[in-house]
Design a protein around this ligand. Structure first.
Ligand code: Z5A
Length: 209
């Protein structure tokens, strides 16, 4: 049977990278074979595309170009990493996936959602994450957590209004798919966020407990 794909979503600074490591450790303690990865990224070509997408050398990148590069990186990631791992029984934990595209390119950039759905169906076929943990924190709280960083990438240079639209798009998606997308209150201290995540995982996958 194909192993689960679990994704972590949310605006920058909500704690996705931090909790990805925590979830991996938890699953490994439960005896699960699990690999972590990220989007855009994963295999070398997808990481190269990530470099183009985040680079501040292309401030005028067209939204359509951005969208197509996201899905080009995803096609490579799926074919070379995610699908083979799941087929051999390894769980995949991914830092961002297609909900990010709906939130950033759809909500943030204003690309029609039907266009994103066409690409999603083409690149992924029926594949969707088994579980998505949406780390939801106030935009101001999340952005404050990333302020210590030396240099902002192309997305991090966006306005508060952009991140508010991204946040609203995540809310709409969680509302539309409540079984798959579980909201985690990421305003709370780290330990409490981690406890919510573990509780959600043990409910969704009872064999783990
Ligand atoms: N993007 C897109 O537009 N379309 C797509 O389809 C995809 C992506 C897939 C790269 O993503 C960019 O790609 C992204 C959207 C776009 N840009 N933005 N914005 P990324 O995942 O590489 O970048 P990111 O989301 O900006 O990652 P991040 O800033 O590292 O955020 P994070 O992983 O959610 O946070 P963190 O590094 O785990 O935590 C940040 C700090 O906060 C750290 O010091 C933690 O210790 C602290 N933290 C975290 N949680 C807490 C709590 N609860 N309390 C206190 N402190 C905390």
């Amino acid at each position: 049977m194909t192993a689960p794909l679990i994704t972590l979503e949310g605006i920058e600074g909500v704690g996705k990278s931090t909790h990805l490591a925590g979830v991996q450790q938890y699953l490994q303690r439960c005896g699960v074979s699990v690999v972590t990865t990220r989007e855009p990224g994963g295999p070398p070509l997808s990481e190269a595309v990530r470099g183009l997408l985040l680079s501040t050398d292309y401030p005028a990148m067209h939204a359509d170009t951005e969208l197509l590069l996201m899905f080009a990186a995803r096609a490579e990631h799926l074919r070379h990493t995610i699908e083979p791992l799941r087929a051999q029984g390894t769980w995949v934990l991914c830092d961002r996936f297609t909900d990010s595209t709906y939130a950033y390119q759809g909500g943030g950039r204003g690309i029609p959602l039907a266009r994103i759905q066409t690409l999603e169906d083409w690149v992924q076929g029926p594949l969707r994450p088994d579980l998505t943990l949406w780390l939801d924190a106030e935009v101001s709280t999340a952005l404050q957590r990333t302020q210590k960083r030396a240099a902002a990438d192309r997305f991090e240079q966006e306005t508060l209004a952009f991140f508010a639209r991204v946040q609203a798009a995540y809310q709409q998606r969680a509302h539309a798919e409540p079984h798959r997308i579980i909201r985690i209150d990421a305003n709370l201290p780290l330990a409490q966020v981690q406890a919510q995540i573990i509780s959600c995982l043990s409910q969704r996958f009872p064999a783990l407990a």
